[in-house]
Structure formats: C-alpha cells, structure tokens
Design a protein around this ligand. Structure first.
Ligand code: UD1
Ligand code: MG
Length: 499
C-alpha cells in the first residue's frame, strides 16, 4: 500500500497520471488542478451552517470532495468560497490544511454571479500546463476512478464532460449533440431555463463535472457573458467556445446517479447518506463481514475488519475502528476510535469512544451489555467488563474482571483482579487526577471507594464497603468501614394509640 503510494507520487512528480481503462494503463502527462465551487448559498437546507459543511458519514460534504481530489494526486486544489466563507475556510484549514499532499487555496467569490464567474475567480491560481477538474462542494460521492477516466478523456487536449441519462432531467443543463442523436458530437450545454421545448426533451444531462486543459479554459472564461435567462455567467457556455475553436468535446457518460448527485435539502442529504452507507455495507459483506442487516449499520469513518466478524443491527462506527478475527458486535453498539482484537465479544448497547487516545480491547475480552469504554481504556486478553461499568484512561491486564456497576478511572489493574460491584476509583480530588494501582490477583469487594493515589498490594483483598485511603500490603485483607454492631431484642419505636 505504502509502496503503491510512493509510486503514485513519483508519477505525479513526473507530471504523469496513470489510470486503468479496460484493464490497460492509460498514461496522461498533465498535472491535475482541481477547482471546487462552494460559494453557493444552500437556502433549502434552512440552516445556519453553510451547506458544504453539513456532514455525510461523519465528514463535511466539502471534505469528501477535497479528499477525492487528494485521491486524484492533484497538484493544487482551489476552493471557491462565498456564503459562509469564514466558516468554510476555517473548517478546511483544520481538516486538511498543511497535512494535504497538494497545495490548498481558497478564493472568495463575492458576489456569486454564476458557475462561470466562480471558476473565473480561480484563474490567477491556475497554471497553464494543467488539466483543470471542476467539481462542486455539494456533490460528495463522485469516485476518483470516474474522475481518472474523465481526466484520461481530456488528455490535455479535449474538453471532457461527465454526463448522465436522467429519466426526469428537469432543472439540469442538457447535452445538445449534432443531429439530435445519442452519439453525435457534443455541440453545447443548454441550461433548462434557456432550453427550447425540443431541447427539454433531451435526457442526457451535464453533471456539473468537467476536465479541461487550463490554458484553453482561461481563454474561454474570458469570453463569457451573462445574456441568458438567469443573467448568470454560465461555465457551461465554454462548450460552444470549444466547438467554435475546433477543440474536441467528449461526453463521458456514467450510469451511477449517486456519483453526481448534489445536496440541496435535508431530504437529499439523507438520501445520499443512505446510499453511501448501503455501499459501505456491501463492501464489508464482500470482504466477508456478516451484517445482520445491511440497511442498519452506519460507518462514519474507516472500519477495518478481519475474517469472521459479525455485526448485529443498529451499530454505528466512527473514526478509525478495527475489528479482529471473529469479533462479534451486538445490537445497538456505538464504537469510535478503537481496536477490538480477535475473538472479543461486544454485547448489545455498549458505547466505546477512544476519541484521541483510543481504546483497545484485548483478544477474547467480553464487554457489555451496557458498558462504557472511554479514551485510554486498554484492556488485555480475556478481560470482562459487564453492565454499567465505565472505564477511562485505565489499563486492565489479562483476565481482570469488573462485571457490575463500577468505575475505573486513571487505574492500573493487574492480571486476574476481580473488581466488585459498585466499586469506584476516586481519581479526582477536586483539583487534580491521581492514579490507583491494583496489583495482580487482588479481590476488591463490592461498594468500595479507592481514594487515589493508592496502591492495593498483589493478592490483597479489600472488604466490601471499604473506603481505602492508604496503600495496602500484598496479601493483606483490608477493611475500612464502621464495625458492625447488633443489639439483641431491639424494640422499634411504636406509634401512640389513637385516643
Ligand atoms: C449547474 C450546471 C448545469 C448542471 C448542474 C448539475 C451551470 C450554468 N449549470 O447548474 O448544467 O446540469 O449544475 O448539478 O453551470 N456556485 C458557486 N458560485 C456561483 C454559482 C454556483 O460557487 O456563483 C456553486 C454552487 O454552490 C454549487 C455549484 O456551483 O456547488 C453548482 O451550482 P448550482 O447553482 O447548483 O448549479 P446549477 O445552476 O443547478
Ligand atoms: Mg444555479
């Protein structure tokens, strides 16, 4: 994998991009620069959040597009911002910023006078030797292989348009071909509002995605006007300039509408989320994962599964999660940023969130139902964590058990420790956190408070109900509670008889 990446980088550095077409490698020699239009308003989202920052599968719509640009080995990515520019630019800086393998630049478009006007703003940032791929920040699910094919169709000398047949093409730009045939040369894109009745019968639409040689693009952009039904500068008007200049225009048609679907409303956002999740589910099943119901799993990040993993209904995976061989996940679990090792069983309704520190669950461990593992929980082999047990920033060695209603925070727990129901580590003194060390083979009874910093020596026993404030010797029984007294023949108070 890493090797492949290095190879790909080398190709990019040599200004060579290769793609597979019909099983053959296609080489094209222009660097790729991506322009992402993201200045539009998104009125129909009815939200304060700029449209392109709404989340799909745990990532902003725009982030999906930027990540796809990364997969294209883009040299430069120029994002056109407008509505909500400050928020959009800040989100990009945090999520991509200096980590990107490409130069990322934001350019403001204010006011927004159309898609042609949007791309005009990018012109000073574009070098003449590139192929420019134009994408939209609200079209999140385009696959990089599709774009590679489009780039190959452009090949630095043609204008390549990504198109689609749509049974109901209302609202879209139509691909007008010579002679009105399906395979005639592309002559123009006509926007729905400008189209004649005859043109509105055309079902081949422009997806909003193109690949175009930068030098030509710049020349054509300079010639745009806004004499049309919407008084906008249409990017799509460059098609007729290409035709006039004798530059070949290639329509690259795909069948998969999800890849070019935009998000304009919460309904469309939810539809694309479902489409994306169903694809993830099918990918997992193809890798051998057994899903109780492919329609009831959500993966908002990367889920890596070894063989013989099974996942019951209504589970959500977030961030980076890996599941080892034979892992079983019960219904209704939420698991984020965690490594679950081979043979572990996560019972229903368990919540695991490693956040930045991560969580590891050792081989053969049994977790839940209703368990909560928080950042820094490191559980060894065969550890048992039962219902209503919370573990945070604690290491539990092999075979340790906390089966009921307990809290382990900032603790180091040895092998085979048995931690009783209702016991807690009092790790916080109101100002600072302190560690509790419970050495191997300790038995902590029920309802104990271990006031940190404190160490329970190996093999020791803590009597139920104890509040332990001083470290204990190995092998000792420690009891720290009021001694039981019993008064024989105790007479309870009685109510006075009614007069
Ligand atoms: C555009 C195409 C149309 C195509 C359709 C596919 C034009 C003129 N028309 O139509 O042929 O079928 O996409 O969805 O290009 N944007 C800006 N600045 C602007 C205007 C738009 O950044 O001034 C951004 C929007 O935020 C959006 C993208 O460009 O991300 C496309 O704009 P949108 O208004 O959705 O395109 P349409 O007019 O629907
Ligand atoms: Mg528009």
């Amino acid at each position: 994998m890493a090797n492949q990446r290095i190879q790909e980088r080398k190709k990019r550095d040599m200004n060579v991009v290769s793609t597979q077409r019909n099983g053959e490698e296609v080489i094209h020699r222009n660097p790729v620069d991506v322009v992402i239009m993201a200045a539009g308003k998104g009125t129909r989202m009815k939200s304060k959040l700029p449209k392109v920052l709404h989340q799909l599968a745990g990532r902003a719509l725009l982030q999906h597009v930027v990540d796809t640009a990364g997969e294209l080995m883009a040299r430069k990515v120029v994002v056109i911002t407008g509505h909500g520019a400050i928020e959009v630019e800040a989100a990009l800086a945090v999520n991509t910023g200096a980590r990107a393998e490409f130069a990322l630049q934001c350019v403001r478009q204010d006011p927004q006078l159309g898609t042609g006007h949007a791309v005009q703003q990018a012109v000073p940032a574009l070098d003449d030797d590139g192929i420019v791929v134009v994408l939209s920040g609200d079209v999140p699910l385009t696959q990089s292989t599709t774009l590679m094919h489009l780039i190959a169709a452009c090949a630095g000398k043609s204008l390549a348009l990504l198109t689609l047949e749509m049974p109901n093409p209302a609202g879209y730009g139509r691909i007008v071909r010579a002679g009105g045939t399906r395979d005639g040369a592309v002559q123009a894109i006509v926007e729905h509002k400008d189209a004649s009745d005859a043109q509105r019968q055309i079902t081949e639409i422009y997806s909003g995605i193109m690949a175009v040689p930068a030098a030509q693009l710049k020349r054509w952009l300079a010639r745009l006007d806004n004499k049309n039904a919407q008084s906008e500068y249409y990017l799509t008007d460059i098609v007729k300039f290409a035709v006039a200049d004798g530059v070949p225009v290639v329509g690259h048609k795909i069948a998969d509408a999800v890849q070019v679907a935009g998000v304009n409303s919460p309904v469309q956002l939810a539809e694309l989320e479902r489409a994306y999740q169903l694809r993830q589910a099918h990918r997992l099943m193809e890798e051998g994962v057994r899903l109780a119901d492919p329609a009831r799993i959500d993966v908002r990040g990367d889920l890596l599964c070894a063989h013989d993993v099974s996942i019951d209904v209504n589970c959500v995976f977030m961030g980076q999660v890996s599941l080892g061989e034979g892992v079983s996940i019960g219904a209704n679990c939420v698991i984020a940023n965690a490594v679950i090792e081979a043979g572990a069983v996560i019972h229903p309704f368990t919540h695991i969130d490693g956040e930045k520190m991560g969580v590891t669950v050792g081989p053969g461990a049994l977790i839940g139902p209703f368990a909560r593992l928080r950042p820094g929980a490191r559980l060894g082999a065969e550890v048992h964590i039962g219902n209503f047990v919370e573990v945070k920033n604690s290491t539990l060695a092999a075979g340790a058990k906390a089966n009921h209603l307990a809290y382990l925070g900032d603790a180091t727990v040895g092998e085979r420790v048995n931690y009783g129901a209702g016991s807690i580590t009092a790790n916080y003194d109101g100002a600072n956190k302190h560690r509790t060390v419970i050495e191997a083979d300790v038995h902590v009874g029920s309802n104990c408070v271990l006031v940190a910093p404190v160490t329970i020596g190996a093999g020791g026993t803590v009597g139920g109900g104890s509040t332990i404030t001083k470290s204990t010797e190995p092998g000792a029984l420690s009891v720290a509670r009021g001694r039981q007294i019993s008064i024989a023949h105790w007479e309870r108070p009685r109510k006075a008889p009614k007069s």
